[in-house]
Design a protein around this ligand. Sequence first.
Ligand code: ZN
Length: 246
Amino acid sequence: MGENNARLVAVLTGAGVSTESGIPDYRGPQGVWRKNPGAERLVTYRAYMDDPEVRRESWRMRMTSPVWRAEPNAGHRALVDLERSGTPMRIITQNIDGLHQKAGSTPRKVLELHGTASTVVCTGCGDRGPMEGALARVEAGEADPPCLSCGGILKSATVMFGQALDSGTIQQAAKIARVCDLFLAVGTSLQVEPAASLCRVAVESGARLVIVNAEPTPYDALADQLIREPIGTALPGLVSEITDSA
Ligand SMILES: [Zn+2]
């Protein structure tokens, strides 16, 4: 699969890819939020919009998020190596931590299904800006900083529970799943949409499916290869196999 042929590798990444960077699984079925109703309220759109105390608590949580000091790990770096080998590839991620880009993956080749924590968006006018600026305002004493353009409620540019995923992003992800020749599902339980559907679309379109996950997934029976090893060692090995078979 070298740069002289048109084969495309799609890599779906989930929380498991970031746990080795010290970021817990928040959103998954066994994640921090789902197992703690109090925490889940902080990332539920309706509660966030309706309750100023939820917003203040959310800003406190963002201030102390492990995302800001997390560094990419061997799994992220392996995917950078795959891209730099000249293999056509796209990353579809469920993670909001920006670690693929921080590791060196080309931003336009990373589709963020659940948005990004490094940007704030106004729920009133749609204005976007860096999270860093909003956090500086919180640190300076604004417990729930409003939009500087319209006074509306600001939130991180991530998809909260009760919010729809961006339709353009889903369509792009579905297209990648349809046209890829190899679909790697890494560190995702494949129990939440649209990740599960993407996997099905890829297999039905004739792609080889490789699943790298510590726990069984509903798609294991469809996989051509199952890897249970830790991602930090499994992914570099897998990337070597792909680039060596060029
Ligand atoms: Zn606004």
